[in-house]
Design a protein around this ligand. Sequence first.
Ligand code: GLA
Length: 389
Amino acid sequence: MLSTTIPALFQQRFGYAPLVVRAPGRINLIGEHTDYNNGLVLPAAIAKEIIFAIGLNGTALVRLLAHDPNEWYEVTLANVQPVSVQWANYLLGVVAQLQQRGVEVPGFDCVFGGDIPMGAGLSSSAAVECGLAFALNELLSLGLDRLALAKLGQAAEHQYAGVQCGLMDQFASLFGQPGQVVRLDCRSLDYAYFPFDAARYHLVLCNSGVKHALASSAYNTRRQECAEGVAILQRPYPTVASLRDATLAQLAACRPTLGEVVYQRCRYVVEENERVKQACTALMTNDMNAVGQLLYASHAGLRDDYAVSCPELDKLVALATDRPGVLGARMMGGGFGGCTLNLVEAAHVSNFIEGMAADFLAFYQRELEMYQTTIVGGVSVARQAELVQ
Ligand code: GLA
């Protein structure tokens, strides 16, 4: 159990008792690539977490131990900068952000590890950033609120990981509530929780096994294409500050100047925002069939218009479609690999898992990794009771 291993490792290595913090990964029910377009997202924190054991060491050193891979990294606080050790960057990026905000970060020790698969689109990097930001906020009594911590994590990702991400992942990790998805309006930063009926429906993840690396992928290109679209739309429609403000009619009118590729990217974003609104209405009336149909439509848009899917993700969605008890499926997260999200009636989950595993194996001659998700609360100090399970 990592929640006991990590603090024990810390104690053994450093000889004093740490503060222990847990930081969850996330799923996103719907609203993909909308966050950096000032749009709507509908994520939730899940019970796949990074555990941090952390304490102030009275020196000018940051000493980091990654449980998996058992690797050590240390640096003086005067010399924090991006390094070639990728996992260390997520942590150093947070330290740098605090320093840039004028915080005199003192030396600290940190052991961390967890069960969020890397490169699977479950936001392990956001969990690392948010967990450390939260822990330092506690240890140093900085008084930063959760939104400030989320923005700090996002800035760390921009500057130290090179991904120009939106706010969704960090927000979900910090603002998760048990049993609920959260709709974040990335323009106003208003948010609202919607219950997810976990007794009747499960969200099952199927890992394509294709590891995505967003920094080197077309993620940043998609951001640019959207910005290009906005710049073109603004000529005839000066009030369009982001794709959130654009309509399908405006896009159609500008289609020749946008060009086909940028037009398709923009159309996807405008339609996806609508789907998030519809999904929220459907959740309120517990119309899960409608939610499922929106997931399929979202996948089609991500595949055909936004072009961030890959053959394995498309295959997984095709394999899930029309299986008993499956209401909807789509690729999830940034794309180019990672997981599909499957909305499955609870009574059919074990058949779903068995059937998908068999069909995937037959097609790809390799095992399909699947995860059942539970929606949990956001980043918190881990209580003793949680540690001795
Ligand atoms: C990644 C980014 C998020 C978001 C998603 C796509 O997870 O970190 O900000 O853009 O991709 O919805």
